[in-house]
Design a protein around this ligand. Structure first.
Ligand code: BTN
Length: 331
């Protein structure tokens, strides 16, 4: 049993009234406390980056929102899922590693680990993931799905395009997905996915879906080697996104996508979304795999999520893993 979080209730009530005002009396009644106590809780929120606009006889509304991750504000934006456990950490080695430790300690899933900064952010293929506290998102979702390990590849691809669709709905931007799961804008990377699972004989025991998404990272903040290869959503829309509102929308979408996947309800939408967001289809590509370079034209994916490439000899080859690059076409 835990005390209901007063700040969370205040934020939820204020959001429910937007763009209108919420009267101090109504809020005090809702919380069962005096107006003075309500005011003290609002002082706490002010110290956390909120400001409130007060209008005589009408009440309050939110005027300024915190720019960084704020747990209660994320929760206040989440419509359902009120019992979902979310942690916001100031700094962690890797949110995937933290989620793995918590799963190993027996914590019940699903749960979400978010961090403002990672000191050992990890990418695919043993790479590091640049993880400064710069307004970008570092998130891990822990699940205990009862699905066969062979479905992992499709799971990751499905999550990637689900997130592309969420970004489209939220920002009106159109990202692309580069197999297996780089989220791109014009060839520059805005997000990456690292899915890790522990497998018991023929069943997934637990699964961690890790997402690094460049949300509000400013263009000047990247290390030199990333500056021309990385891009943030804020750069694309010329201004910062409301990180907490976006994060809540993301959490809702990832949980929904997970449930659809487990129930097998994703199949049709997955095929449509993959066609919509796939940046490789029909393009000349090169795939590096164990020191080999295979060049050809990308032909989408097969039922298991493998990439299909038609080589210059006309053979259709499938690849479970590898690093693909788009080749400059001659035309
Ligand atoms: C890639 O494109 O190589 C995948 C990058 C995945 C980065 C995210 S950030 C949150 C989570 N924690 C990690 O250490 N990695 C993932």
């Amino acid at each position: 049993f835990s005390m209901p979080n007063t700040e969370l209730v205040i934020l939820r009530e204020l959001l429910a009234r937007e763009p209108g005002f919420l009267s101090g009396t109504a809020l005090a009644a809702k919380l069962g406390m005096s107006r003075v106590s309500v005011w003290l809780h609002m002082e706490k929120l002010r110290a956390q980056g909120f400001t409130f606009e007060a209008a005589r006889s009408r009440g309050y509304r939110i005027a300024t929102r915190p720019t960084g991750l704020h747990l209660a504000f994320i929760q206040a934006h989440l419509k359902g899922r009120r019992d979902l456990s979310i942690a916001v950490l100031d700094e962690v080695d890797s949110t995937n590693d933290e989620a793995a430790r918590q799963l190993a300690a027996g914590r019940s899933a699903p749960f979400v680990v978010l961090a403002r900064k990672q000191t050992r952010g990890r990418g695919r293929l043993g790479r590091t993931w640049h993880s400064e506290a710069n307004g970008n998102l570092y998130a891990s979702f822990a699940f205990r799905p009862r699905v066969a390990p062979g479905r992992m590849a499709i799971f990751t691809l499905w999550m990637g395009v689900s997130i592309c669709e969420l970004i489209t709905n939220f920002t009106r931007l159109s990202p692309g997905i580069k197999w297996p799961n780089d989220i791109l804008f014009d060839g520059r990377k805005a997000g990456g996915i690292l899915t890790e699972a522990r497998i018991d004989s023929d069943q997934i025991r637990d699964l961690i879906f890790g997402l690094g998404l460049n949300v509000n990272g400013p263009a000047t903040d990247w290390p030199a080697e990333l500056s021309r290869r990385a891009v943030s959503l804020a750069e694309k829309i010329d201004g910062p996104l409301d990180l907490n509102r976006f994060t809540a929308a993301l959490i809702g979408r990832v949980l929904l996508a997970f449930e659809q996947f487990v129930d097998g309800d994703h199949v049709t939408l997955f095929a449509d979304l993959w066609k919509q967001f796939d940046v490789l289809r029909g393009k000349p590509v090169a795939l590096l795999q164990a020191g080999r370079r295979i060049a050809g034209i990308a032909q989408g994916i097969d039922d298991e999520g493998s990439l299909l490439i038609r080589t210059s000899q006309g053979r259709l080859q499938r690849f479970h893993a590898g690093d693909v690059t788009l080749e400059k076409s001659d035309v």
